[in-house]
Design a protein around this ligand. Structure first.
Ligand SMILES: Nc1ncnc2c1ncn2[C@@H]1O[C@H](COP(=O)(O)OP(=O)(O)OP(=O)(O)O)[C@@H](O)[C@H]1O
Ligand SMILES: [Mg+2]
Length: 297
């Protein structure tokens, strides 16, 4: 296994390079997705990478996709690199643990966010307006209180360098069509609730998360990453104290550090000290090990 910041695979055309993933077109219907160790926060890619973060994200996503396979089909074709197409053989070390072959989807233009605890922008919105992305909570909430049931708060997908914007469920229906919006909402809430109760049993509270769906052969499929520390907020259940911010196993630690720096949240970001990199890496490893009960390396 290798540290990977940026890939340069010459046997297939690069389809896109996201903040975290490098994506190659294997053929018209198949993509190779490589989760690198790049770290983004506030939609800006950091100068430094977090060792093996891509491996952790990939393995956590595979773990959940397997768990949810009876609820929603997913894009996954192959995660065992020994069964990847022969032209990728020279790249095996680089791809090990962090690459998947998937069916190419047409991603929905909406991010499916589910909030199960009130925090982050949801908490800000609630303090300012008394409602939470258009939802009116039944009772007064403290920061980090549980939302039961969880709520669906979709957002638009912004282009690189821009920030996503929350939209109402009605706007999502306009963008996606009524039926697709309703299905995406239902599946998002179902897999979130399943995931949150599983994770809670292992000592992690999934405060909120973002799912992505895409169309493959006219059917909705789960794509991208699933319930990872990049796409979710993970809190240690043992330290949960509503009424304040929570410690976390995700990028919140880095976000909190960044907020203390003199930085306007536009590229270029400040350089990360070694101890911040290592503390972030340790949180990601811990999230994997607690969730799956397995050592990562
Ligand atoms: N099966 C698929 N078919 C087509 N596109 C996909 C598929 N799975 C994932 N994607 C897309 O690949 C990209 C993943 O790359 P990455 O996570 O780096 O993106 P990003 O959106 O720039 O980052 P962030 O997750 O921080 O917003 C996303 O745009 C996602 O929609
Ligand atoms: Mg992404």
């Amino acid at each position: 296994m290798q540290l990977v910041v940026k890939t340069d695979i010459k046997v297939y055309p690069l389809s896109s390079r996201g903040k975290v993933r490098d994506i190659y077109a294997v053929d018209d219907d198949t993509l190779l997705i490589v989760a690198t160790d790049r770290m983004s926060a506030f939609d800006v890619v950091m100068n430094e990478s977090i060792p093996y973060k891509g491996v952790i994200l990939n393995k956590i996503t595979l773990f959940w996709m397997e768990k949810f396979k009876d609820v929603v089909p997913c894009h996954l074709l192959e995660s065992d690199i020994s069964r990847f197409p022969e032209p990728l053989a020279p790249y095996a070390d680089m791809l090990e643990g962090r690459a998947v072959l998937v069916r190419k989807a047409t991603p929905l233009p909406v991010e499916c966010i589910v909030r199960g605890y009130i925090t982050g922008s949801g908490w800000k919105d609630y303090q300012a307006s008394g409602s939470l992305c258009g939802h009116k909570p039944p009772a007064r909430l403290r920061e980090a209180d549980k939302l039961d049931p969880a709520i669906f708060t979709p957002s638009t997908k912004a282009d690189l360098g821009k920030h996503d914007a929350n939209i109402s469920v009605d706007e999502a229906a306009r963008l996606l069509g009524q039926a697709t919006a309703a299905e995406a909402k239902k599946i998002s809430l179902t897999i979130y609730e399943t995931g949150r109760s599983y994770a809670a049993g292992r000592g992690i509270l999934v405060a909120d998360t973002k799912f992505e769906f895409g169309m493959i052969d006219g059917r909705l499929h789960l794509i991208d990453e699933v319930l990872t520390p990049d796409s979710s907020r993970f809190w240690p259940a043992a330290e949960y104290r509503p009424g304040q911010g929570q410690p976390s196993f995700d990028k919140q630690y880095l976000r909190d550090w960044l907020k203390k720096q003199p930085w306007n949240m536009q590229a270029p970001p400040p350089d990360l000290p070694d101890d911040v990199i290592e503390a972030t890496a340790a949180r990601y490893r811990e999230a994997y090990e607690i969730l799956t009960g397995e050592k990562i390396f």
